[in-house]
Design a protein. Structure first.
Length: 333
């Protein structure tokens, strides 16, 4: 096996800053031998900039072009082998076209870890990419050029020491969609002696206050379960150790499997998920994965008590971060 499959390759990498996953991708590209220049898909991470983009994306592109054209003039790469863009909402079609013109021999790849329904005007950019990958199976079925590639796990989750005697459930996720309702319904269905260690990340206290006005289920959730800073992955791993299963609740407007899905399976834990599409995948195993109804969630006790089967090597290779990079960039490892 070639330990440096990207040796001497130059890569421009654009991505949202999302719980440190962009850093994990950057480091793995470098570990595979590449020289990488990274930039967020936004010119600034300031909340006002993010807010402006969500409201007026096309007007925002005019402003972001000023920043990105100046940045492009300063970077040192005269040649570039790959341009990897994850989601890329903040990059205008005009700027992506300019990347194509400056680096005509580069392989330009788009990876979407969100549904196209949630990415405004993304269709204007398709013509500038050599390949387009998505984590959303419905988008891949409906859009001609889309290739399906699920997400990945990072190595720190691989084979986490489990707690065979435990029956607890762990959940960590951002406050969005109907997650509070699903959590509240699940709490009501669980036996009282079963530990449910759940945490919701909230972007701001103002957001939490406004959402509580609109969502009564939020007012019934323990206030100590809200986080206003992302939980570091090292701490999340520690929470994994004390449970027998991890809950995953995908956004109602998404069909793709979340990052949490692959982290849980890689860890050796059992997975409880609301995403029915998981049944269509090569790694689906009902002794490891329990699919629940988000409107009437219920977890069989024997699922939590039964032994977890060993993790298959095929899963580890295909759904690792290195496996994700290899498929998206079209290289062998």
């Amino acid at each position: 096996m070639n330990s440096l499959p990207l040796k001497d390759k130059r890569i421009l990498f654009f991505s949202p800053k999302t719980f440190g996953y962009e850093i994990e991708i950057l480091h793995e590209l470098e570990n595979m031998g590449a020289e990488v220049i990274f930039h967020s898909h936004l010119p600034s991470e300031h909340p006002w900039i993010k807010g402006l983009f969500r409201v007026l994306p096309k007007a925002f592109w005019f402003m972001s072009d000023i920043h990105f054209y100046y940045w492009l003039k300063k970077i040192q790469f005269q040649n570039c082998d790959y341009i990897l863009i994850v989601k890329g909402e903040g990059l205008s079609p005009k700027f992506i076209k300019s990347l194509r013109q400056r680096y005509p021999s580069s392989r330009i790849v788009l990876y979407l870890w969100d549904s196209t329904l949630n990415i405004k005007h993304v269709g204007l950019k398709y013509c500038y990419f050599d390949e387009i990958f998505s984590f959303d199976p419905v988008d891949c079925n409906n859009l001609a050029r889309f290739k399906y590639r699920p997400l990945f796990f990072i190595n720190k989750y691989l084979n986490v020491i489990d707690n065979p005697s435990g029956q607890g459930i762990f959940f960590l996720g951002t406050l969005n969609g109907d997650r509070p309702k699903v959590i509240y319904r699940l709490i009501a269905s669980l036996k009282q002696n079963l530990i449910f260690d759940y945490w919701l990340f909230v972007r701001s206290k103002i957001e939490l206050t406004l959402r509580k006005l609109a969502d009564p289920s939020l007012r019934k959730i323990d206030s100590g379960r809200f986080l206003f800073k992302p939980m570091p992955s090292e701490i999340a791993v520690l929470h994994f150790r004390g449970c027998s299963a991890v809950l995953d609740i995908e956004h109602p407007k998404q069909n793709g499997l979340t990052m949490r899905t692959f982290e849980v399976i890689a860890s050796g834990k059992k997975l409880i998920t609301t995403n029915r599409f998981i049944k269509d995948h090569d790694f689906y195993d009902p002794s490891r994965i329990c699919v629940i109804d988000r409107n009437n969630p219920s977890v069989p006790l024997d699922f939590l008590e039964s032994e977890t089967p060993p993790l298959r090597r095929e899963f580890t290779l295909k759904y690792s971060l290195r496996g994700w990079i290899a498929e998206v960039l079209g290289i062998s490892i």
